[in-house]
Design a protein around this ligand. Sequence first.
Ligand code: NIG
Ligand code: FE
Length: 416
Amino acid sequence: MKLLLENIKELVQVEEDPVSYRAGKEMSKVNTIKNAFVIIRDEIIEEFGRMDQLKDVYCDDDLLIEIDCSNRLVYPAYCDSHTHLVYPSAREKEFVDRIKGLSYEEIARRGGGILNSAKRLHEASEEELFNDAMHRIIEIMKMGTGAVEIKSGYGLNTEDELKMLRVIRWIKETAPICVRATFLGAHAIPAEYKSNPSKYVDVIINEMIPQVAAEELADFIDVFCDKGFFTVEDTERILMAGLKYGLKPKIHANELGLTGGVQVGVKYGALSVDHLEFIEENEIAALQNSETMPTVLPGAAFFLGMKLSPVREMIEAGLPIALASDFNPGSSPSGNMSLIAAMGCINYKMLPEEVINATTLNTAYAMGISDSYGSIARGKVANLFITSEIPGIEYIPYYYGSSLVETVILNGEVQT
Ligand code: NIG
Ligand code: FE
């Protein structure tokens, strides 16, 4: 089956020579082709170029389906490299508690927050979790997301962590979107281990990680290395254990304080360190010349009213930035990546080109898939979206309240 997208007003994030990610000044570079075409064969991008380069030979196929993209832009689908979108139920009551003045940490200390979700997850069946999560998957696909990382971390005991990861595997097998699974047993310290958190770390290391690995349920391992959660020492123990089983780290770091989470992530070769509201010279220096993608989660900072990560400073220091949704019931109940792009521009003063790199190529890198996703390049998977009629690339972050994603194509198939 062949698909021809023709008369595209502007084809965005095109790569003749694909790179793994863009950093520093390069982040404001996005290659585009005006009045363009794309040919997709089966699930792969086969060819692209200017309309005047479109040769008959590309179109001599009976099975060719043509889509007219006049006045429309075509983008690579978003890659969302940080979500917790398998969860038992929403936590809108905590939202009201926060409006009334309680902090995220105070709610967590009272047994709300992540522990509240863990209690409810224990009572939910795999099927219920799967059905709820699939609604969210369909919602984000419609909004242009073509690859998503999903974390466990609302189980917090061996049985329930495995249950969550099996649900993520089920989604991976069912949905057309590319899914990567992350084991986050170290998301919070369960109440029964409050006085002895290192005993819980022992359970993660001795019970959970070997079973997660035996069933091949996770691609990555994550730790919430932050004030009031897991220490740098806990994190090191967990990462070393995970690495023995081939689980590459992705770390929740520096959301609540300057805790050393960035440095420990870099030390163990983390694919990304995420949140980064608290970041100073030492953290920036640790990230320079590392393989670790600094990832900012604008939705969580917005929803919790946190201080903002100094994104401009990081870009000026030559770092790359990825922007992900953090879709979860407590700190960011949205997986809308166009909105995340708008927040990148409005709150973090990123240029429209920078947010395109930050939500496609750099997030693809942060989930280990930038060789196949995150840009429009020959041989990459045909995951892309066609916008409604808009004037140019500034428009998605500018017109932030509306969905401008009209048609989504995943694995070369138009989603309906
Ligand atoms: O990334 N920071 C830790 N974990 C999530 C929040 C999860 C929750 O509140 O349920 C986050 O923001
Ligand atoms: Fe998170």
